[in-house]
Design a protein. Structure first.
Length: 144
């Protein structure tokens, strides 16, 4: 993990220097911040991963209704680059797992969560799996 981020050449206040920005996010030396909500991801935590290797931040941010996947992904990748953190194949999978997958259609922020694509379906019944109906038990005649 890098110990320092590059200082932009024209910064009068290095701690507040903007390294990257888009419509929703600002990347500074301190980390990544969402403009509208102030949600902040400290630079030291950017490479955080779960035990299975999936990246924490794409999975956590996918739960936020205000987080647009495109602008977050763009800013997150810029923050990783600024911090000298190399993305791996699990990063792409983390975005897909968290935010879902894009269905064919117009170029929008709309993604479909994987859970919405995969629905539980009851198993189809088959004649072999269905037990035969039971006949009523006959009463036993008890002799006196």
């Amino acid at each position: 993990m890098p110990t320092s981020w590059p200082t932009p050449p024209c910064s009068s206040r290095p701690d507040d220097a903007v390294l990257f920005e888009n419509r929703d996010w600002v990347v500074s030396r301190e980390g990544l911040e969402h403009r509208a909500t102030g949600y902040f991801i400290a630079r030291e935590t950017l490479p955080a991963r779960r035990a299975d290797g999936y990246w924490d931040w794409p999975l956590q941010l996918s739960e936020k209704t205000w987080c647009g996947v495109r602008s977050f992904r763009e800013a997150f990748l810029a923050a990783l680059d600024a911090g000298g953190i190399a993305p791996d194949s699990k990063l792409t999978l983390s975005f897909a797992l968290g935010f879902g997958t894009r269905l064919p259609g117009p170029d929008t922020e709309e993604f479909t969560a994987l859970a919405d694509l995969v629905r539980f379906a009851a198993p189809k019944s088959s004649a072999a799996a269905t037990p035969a109906p039971r006949r009523p038990a006959r009463a036993l005649a008890v002799g006196a």
